[in-house]
Design a protein around this ligand. Structure first.
Ligand SMILES: [Zn+2]
Length: 463
């Protein structure tokens, strides 16, 4: 059985020539792209082929977000208007320390529903200290492609004790999860994920680097997101954050550093020289008032910069369209120059650059013959996208006008995961209901002051 995506208004391939094909088709067989462009359908047609009419759609490579926190979706709307370190200490860490095993699973499913419906086909998830296995189970069920890892934290006086683990025990759990999930179905991968320098001893960070090297997997950590964080790292180590990470071996082609806002010029060059990947999370950086990363400057130096929504409580969505729009707009305003971030650069960040960070650039990230069929179809139906004539640029439509609700189909490994806006692999109604119940209990258990605030503001009928 094959899949024919027929007569697309445009196919934005993001291939090496950056070809955009008008009125083109794609044929997929056994999960891979067999042909792209203008071909005789009869050449491939089989009786049981699935056919999608794409005449009113823009077809793009599936979007890739290289930094999300699936667990934190349970905390959406519970941690607004705080700066990074307070956001962590007052809300996120207590919540992460208390959420149940079932809560982790449903938070992951809820996030995956949002991501898939919004056309994201691959992720790097910054996992959980507790119940990481549940996240992999949810990712497996959903059909998404991507990596996740157990969060390593062995040091922090201000984090709840449930999150601070014995270094050796944490690393050994990380290793057994790696052995269980890395390479599962060729779709799921393990990634070593120490939280950030302030939450980890040097022993833990060095062991994390060693674990990633030993098994040939990637490593991700948060770095230089916040000025106070950078100051504390300098106080503890005598070095700037990225300089310190470099000293202990955490730079290079298998390393993805998230945020990288507060960097010295030397650190920026260091990232380029070592081939370290950087994930930019514009919405989270704006909402936590962390600052604006120097993305055009990093790209100019040759750094591979990718995109991610980060966690729902600091965004508050996991929407790649919002991230693309913000990534473009904030640089234009920062540099007072509308040309510094084009739609095409931003689209590369959300596709091919993301694939490179995952180490999957030969498999996904663009629509090319031989690659895995991870494909997103964006409908041209909504008035917000029109007019759309032969003179319009589909890249502009994707980055500046489209929204996640315009995604009609999300295809991963040649399988239709989202069909006409509906996720086929996860029960949306059940997940939403269960999540509400779990989170209500969690808030009551923690007796957070937001319960008090809510009482003040919302008057219910019962009085
Ligand atoms: Zn994060």
């Amino acid at each position: 059985m094959g899949l024919l995506i027929r007569n697309a208004r445009f196919v934005v391939t993001v291939d090496s020539a950056r070809r955009v094909l008008e009125k083109a088709s794609i044929y997929v067989e056994d999960g891979r792209i067999v042909e792209v462009g203008f071909f005789e359908e009869l050449k491939y047609a089989k009786k049981d082929d699935v056919i999608i009419d794409a005449s009113n759609s823009i077809v793009t490579p599936g979007f890739i977000q290289t930094h999300v926190h699936l667990v934190q979706t349970a905390f959406r709307g519970l941690a607004d208007d705080l700066s990074l370190l307070d956001w962590l200490k007052l809300r996120i860490w207590p919540l992460e320390a208390s959420i149940s095993k079932e809560g982790v699973y449903y938070a992951a499913l809820l996030s995956l529903l949002e991501l898939l419906k919004g056309g994201t086909t691959s992720i790097i998830n910054f996992g959980s200290v507790r119940y990481e296995d549940e996240i992999f189970k949810a990712m497996y069920k959903s059909g998404i492609r991507g990596a996740s890892g157990k969060i390593l934290m062995d040091l922090d006086e201000e984090a709840p004790r449930e999150l601070i683990e014995d270094t050796e025990r944490a690393l050994s759990e990380s290793e057994s999860l790696l052995k269980k999930w890395h390479g599962k179905d060729g779709r799921l991968f393990y990634m070593v994920t120490p939280r950030f320098v302030l939450s980890c001893s040097e022993e833990c960070l060095k062991a994390a680097v060693e674990q990633a090297r030993e098994y040939g997997v990637r490593i991700q950590t948060h770095a230089s997101e916040n000025r106070e964080e950078v100051r504390l790292v300098k106080e503890r180590t005598g070095l700037w954050n990225v300089e310190y990470l470099h000293k202990i071996g955490m730079t290079g082609n298998n390393v993805i550093l998230v945020h990288c806002i507060w960097l010295t010029d030397d650190e920026m060059r260091l990232l380029a020289e070592t081939g370290t990947h950087v994930t930019h999370c514009p919405s989270a950086n704006l909402k936590l008032a962390s600052g604006i990363a120097k993305v055009p400057e990093l790209l100019k130096l040759g750094v591979n910069v990718t995109l991610g929504a980060d966690g729902a409580p600091c965004n508050n969505n996991l929407d790649v369209f919002v991230e693309m729009r913000h990534a473009a707009l904030i640089q234009k305003a920062r540099l007072l120059d509308p040309t510094v971030m084009s739609a095409s650069t931003v689209l590369e960040m959300a596709t091919v650059n993301g694939a490179k960070a995952l180490g999957l650039e030969k498999e996904v990230g663009s629509i090319e013959v031989g690659k895995k069929a991870d494909i997103t179809l964006i409908s041209l139906n909504h008035p917000r996208i029109r007019p759309f004539t032969k003179y319009h640029d589909p890249l502009s439509t994707i980055v500046y006008a489209a929204q996640s609700s315009d995604v009609e189909y999300t295809i991963i490994n040649g399988e239709i995961i989202v069909e006409k806006g509906k996720v086929l692999t996860v029960d949306e109604e059940d997940t939403v209901k269960k999540m509400d119940k779990i989170v209500e209990k969690l808030i009551e258990k923690l007796n957070m002051d937001l319960v008090e605030r809510r009482k003040e503001k919302i008057i219910t009928q019962s009085g």
